[in-house]
Design a protein. Sequence first.
Length: 66
Amino acid sequence: MRADPANGLSDTLPTRRPLRWAIRRAITALAIVLLVSLLAAVLMHASIDETAEANPRPAAAAVAKP
């Protein structure tokens, strides 16, 4: 339902279609942000695992001083 300029209303009033597009864009942006953060978390976890394998912690007995 478009606004009628003859009634003095602007033709730029929001309609349902732009609202739906805005909601769809917001959901898409949120999904992209979540996927990127999930990917970053997985990569960071893998990096921590590789570091732990390359530099294992010494045994507790070797660390204890007499």
